[in-house]
Design a protein around this ligand. Structure first.
Ligand code: SAM
Length: 251
C-alpha cells in the first residue's frame, strides 16, 4: 500500500517542482507514495481568509491561529483510515537525521504541517502534533522547505522508490558513518587519478578500502558520529557470543 503524505501549507504552489522531479515524482507515478497538498487558508474562519493574528502579550510579527490549523489537520485526517503521524516543522523540534527519517519512513501516513510568520500558536503543538521536526539550527521563513527535505529523504527509503536499493543502504549516515569517496570516468582528470584499488576488479580489496575510507572520513569530518559509531561498535562486540570479540559494523 502506498504511503500517504499530506502537506498542510499556506503555499502549496511551492511544492510543484519537488513533486514533479526525479525520485519523488517517479515514486508518485509508481504508486509508492501519494502526496496531497492542502492550503491551510482554505480553513480560515472568516471571509478575509485570515490565518494569523498578533501575539498575546505583544511583540513583533503574527502568529498562526489555532482554528484553521486544527480544522485543516482534522479535515485531512478524516480522508483516510489511518489518522497519520502529525509532524510540525519547527526550528524548535528534533533535528532531522537519518534515524528519524528511517522511523518516519515506517509510518503508513504522515501529515506535515508547515508554519509561517512567527510560527504556531503553542496550542497547535500541544493539541495536534505527534512530533516537531527541525531541519537544523537556523530559522527559515516557513516550514515548506523543511517539509520538502523531509519528504525527499523519506520517499527515497520507501521500497520501490529507488532503482537500486543497495545505493540507499550504503549512503552516508545509513551505517552511522559518512560514505566512502566515489569516482567515475575518466580515470584521470586534471592530474587527479582514481585510486588504483577501484580499478583492480578485486571486490574484497575494494570493500575493505571503502570501509576504511568511510571510517577515516567520519573520524576527520564528524567526530560526533565517529564517537557514536565507536561506542556502538564496542557495545556490539561486548554483546557478541563468547569468543567473538571482533569490532564489526554495528549497524
Ligand atoms: N518564531 C519562531 C521561533 O523563533 O522558533 C520561528 C518562526 S519561522 C520564521 C516560521 C516557520 O518556519 C516555523 O513555524 C516553521 O514551520 C518554519 N521553520 C523555520 N525554521 C525551521 C527549521 N529550522 N526547521 C523546520 N521548520 C522551520
Amino acid at each position: 500500500m502506498a504511503m500517504r503524505v499530506d502537506i498542510l501549507t499556506l503555499f502549496p504552489e511551492m511544492f510543484a517542482p519537488v513533486l514533479g522531479t526525479s525520485i519523488v515524482s517517479r515514486a508518485i507515478d509508481a504508486g509508492v507514495v501519494a502526496v496531497h497538498l492542502t492550503n491551510i487558508r482554505d480553513f480560515a474562519p472568516d471571509r478575509y481568509r485570515k490565518v494569523d493574528d498578533a501575539p498575546y502579550g505583544g511583540g513583533p510579527g503574527m502568529v498562526m491561529m489555532c482554528p484553521p490549523v486544527f480544522d485543516a489537520v482534522e479535515h485531512v485526517q478524516a480522508r483516510a483510515a489511518a489518522p497519520g503521524r502529525v509532524v510540525l516543522l519547527s526550528p524548535q523540534g528534533r533535528r532531522l537525521d537519518q534515524p528519524l527519517v528511517a522511523r518516519l519512513a515506517g509510518c503508513d501516513r504522515l501529515i506535515l504541517v508547515a508554519g509561517r510568520y512567527e510560527g504556531f500558536d503553542d496550542r497547535i503543538r500541544r493539541g495536534l502534533a505527534d512530533e516537531e521536526v527541525s531541519l537544523g539550527d537556523f530559522v527559515l521563513s516557513g516550514g515548506e522547505i523543511a517539509a520538502m527535505a523531509l519528504l525527499d529523504a523519506v520517499v527515497r527509503l520507501l521500497p520501490g522508490a529507488v532503482g537500486e536499493p543497495e545505493s540507499v543502504n550504503e549512503e552516508s549516515f545509513s551505517t552511522g558513518l559518512l560514505e566512502y569517496p566515489q569516482y567515475t570516468r575518466p580515470r584521470e582528470y586534471r592530474g587527479m587519478r582514481v585510486p588504483e584499488v577501484l580499478l583492480s576488479g578485486e571486490h574484497a580489496r575494494i570493500a575493505a578500502w571503502r570501509a576504511e575510507q568511510a571510517r577515516e572520513r567520519t573520524r576527520l569530518r564528524r567526530p560526533d558520529l565517529w564517537d557514536a559509531w565507536q561506542r556502538r561498535s564496542r557495545r556490539s562486540a561486548a554483546d557478541a557470543p563468547d569468543g567473538d570479540d571482533r569490532q564489526g559494523d554495528p549497524s
